[in-house]
Design a protein around this ligand. Structure first.
Ligand code: ZN
Ligand code: ZN
Length: 600
């Protein structure tokens, strides 16, 4: 039997350790760069073994280079085996391996190899550090990262233009924003990559003002921002809820051509969603020529956040028609949408279909959202069972979601059970005590209220002060609950007092049961409620913006029941839309109603 091999053989008696390419133009080895699957690599390797080229360093390094470009677990294992064959690997080969691990699902495995490489006396170069630092960032290996930092200092590479941004990025990804900031501060002339790293760090640390001041500094130095910079700036606007600033950034994005990036457009949708402008988010989405999965997901999430369940679901149908594959965030948006609309059955349907139809495993956020949906609909027993039977250990956030549901439905008994579970994990969070003591107060169980207050005092649990922000005339104004000692607040207080007289005429009754200071009389309790931070911010907006302007307020904790009912009435008597974002969701107050349907 004769087999015709379609390729001519190279000279197999070449020196096998030569570093010259042996690839004849038509040899299978010349197909190497076109290989995409491991199977194809292996076929070519088989050929190299057959032709006695298995130890050829040139071919081996080609294999390793290609395997580590877009690695998966199998390709990395294969590359590692090849690396082990090489008796005297050099730093270039190791850099390929480090790059591969940094892009793989086992980034910190790069360090085992790095230790071996150092052991045989190979020195790292300035390509080694960025890859290894990326691996630390991905694997959240702060300790490894710090050791590398020392190493870089030892080798005099810590101020290198490639190493520096990688160091900042590593610290930031490992949530050590302070160290990232310190390194940034050391750079004499930071480049835009370093600015991008520090801006995204401040965004991650929820310090949008610092991020924006870095952006201004970058502009003052006449550096050209990249689309990554714009993503950080947009996130900052979203965190601040600063719509006017966001609109300015949108203009800047268009002017500089960043709107050609799908990611930037998605960032714009997210920013508008967080700043409470659904219409603007919608028009950005409509204007996008190409929409990828994150873009569709962001828009579905936006509708969900703003309580537009029907639109979220019809958008998902369009996404399917456009044959765009959904991801975990798409389903989070859908379950969220069902949550806001109170659709328990539909919520379950999407929750189940993500795994059964699309092969996406639900994460903690999906569990939390479905739990919230069950709680909101009053299915408290089903919700409790759901948490107990989760395949993971329930987190504090999940128990707190259930606690909030108990509070909404006034189920004190279950709330006590839930708080027991919460205290097993953490008993230092003021919000938990406050929710339960509010519930006990409403149920007339004053003894329990006093007991909880005492418990808080004994455990030195400090109450997180309520803080609300509002942007007026391009400045973000901050108000804390009870702010009132400053002279500048006198005018505001007078306006608030007048407003509350009017509110009482349309039926406002202050919920003084929410104030638990035994030594306060009813009138004092009423005053304490009146100066809650969100009321101060809303009143500030009313007197400092032209009639008809929507008022947008961002609050750091959940809005209390009293502020919620007051805001509804204020929207009625002032004819203003009030958009309040609290830590949980958006409340759109309009003509005496709220989009949340009084559940939050
Ligand atoms: Zn309040
Ligand atoms: Zn509401």
């Amino acid at each position: 039997m004769t087999t015709t091999f379609p390729f001519s053989y190279p000279n197999i008696y070449n020196n096998i350790t030569s570093t010259k390419p042996h690839t004849h133009l038509t040899s299978p080895l010349s197909l190497l760069p076109n290989c995409t699957s491991l199977n194809e690599f292996k076929q070519i390797q088989a050929y190299s073994i057959k032709t006695h080229l298995q130890n050829d360093i040139f071919i081996l390094s080609k294999f390793i280079n290609l395997c580590t470009l877009n690695p998966n677990a199998a390709k990395m294992e294969y590359a590692h085996q090849l690396f082990d064959i090489i008796s005297e690997p050099d730093i270039i080969l190791f850099n390929y391996m480090a790059r591969g691990y940094a892009r793989s699902d086992t980034p910190l495995a790069a360090f085992l190899l790095f230790v071996r490489v150092l052991w045989v006396g190979i020195f790292p170069d300035y390509y080694t550090f960025p890859s290894l630092l990326k691996a630390c960032a991905k694997g959240k290996g702060l300790d490894e990262g710090k050791q590398l930092h020392c190493f870089a200092v030892k080798y005099g590479l810590n101020d290198d233009i490639y190493v520096c941004p990688a160091l900042i990025n590593m610290y930031i990804e490992c949530n050590d924003i302070g160290s990232g900031g310190l390194i940034f501060g050391r750079i004499v002339d930071p480049c835009v990559i370093s600015y991008n790293a520090i801006i995204s760090g401040y965004v991650r640390a929820s310090e949008p003002n610092k991020a924006l001041s870095m952006f201004r500094e970058l502009q003052a130095k006449k550096l050209e921002p990249t689309y990554v910079t714009m993503l950080g700036v947009l996130s900052s606007c979203g965190l601040l809820g600063a719509l006017d600033l966001g609109k300015w950034v949108h203009g800047y994005v268009k002017e500089h051509g960043f709107d050609q990036y799908v990611k930037v457009n998605t960032g714009l949708i997210d920013m508008y969603a967080k700043c409470g402008s659904l219409d603007d988010a919608d028009s950005v989405f409509e204007s996008m020529a190409f929409k990828d999965t994150p873009a569709w997901s962001a828009m579905i999430m936006t509708y969900a956040l703003h309580g537009q369940g029907v639109r979220a679901i019809s958008l998902f149908e369009n996404m399917r028609k456009a044959r765009v594959q959904p991801d975990g965030i798409t389903f989070l948006g859908l379950i969220n949408a069902c949550n806001h609309a109170g659709w328990v059955e539909k919520g379950w349907k999407y929750f189940n279909s993500m795994r059964d139809e699309y092969g996406i495993n639900p994460g903690i956020k999906h569990y939390g959202c479905l739990l919230d949906l069950l709680g909101r609909a009053g299915c408290l027993d089903e919700a409790y069972k759901f948490v107990e039977e989760l395949p993971i250990k329930p987190t504090l956030l999940l128990w707190r979601t259930l606690l909030a549901a108990c509070s909404s439905h006034g189920n004190v008994d279950m709330a006590e059970r839930v708080i027991g579970r919460i205290f097993e994990l953490d008993d230092s969070h003021s919000g938990d005590y406050v929710i339960l003591s509010n519930m006990c107060a409403r149920a007339g169980r004053l003894k329990d209220v006093i007991h909880l207050r005492k418990l808080m005092k004994d455990k030195r649990v400090a109450k997180l002060p309520g803080c609300s922000m509002i942007e007026v005339n391009n400045r973000v104004h901050e108000f804390f609950s009870g702010d009132g000692t400053h002279a500048e607040h006198r005018e505001l207080h007078e306006a608030l007092d007048m407003l509350f007289e009017k509110l009482k005429l349309v039926g406002y009754v202050p919920e003084t049961s929410l104030v638990h200071y035994a030594d306060m009389n009813e009138e004092e309790k009423e005053i304490a409620l009146r100066y809650h931070s969100e009321k101060l911010a809303i009143a500030f907006g009313l007197i400092n913006t032209p009639p008809g302007t929507a008022i947008r307020v961002v609050k750091n904790i959940r809005v209390c029941r009293d502020c919620h009912s007051a805001a509804k009435l204020i929207s009625l008597i002032s004819g203003r839309k009030i958009i309040l974002r609290d830590v949980q969701r958006f409340h759109h107050f309009n003509s005496g109603k709220c989009s949340c349907g009084d559940y939050w």
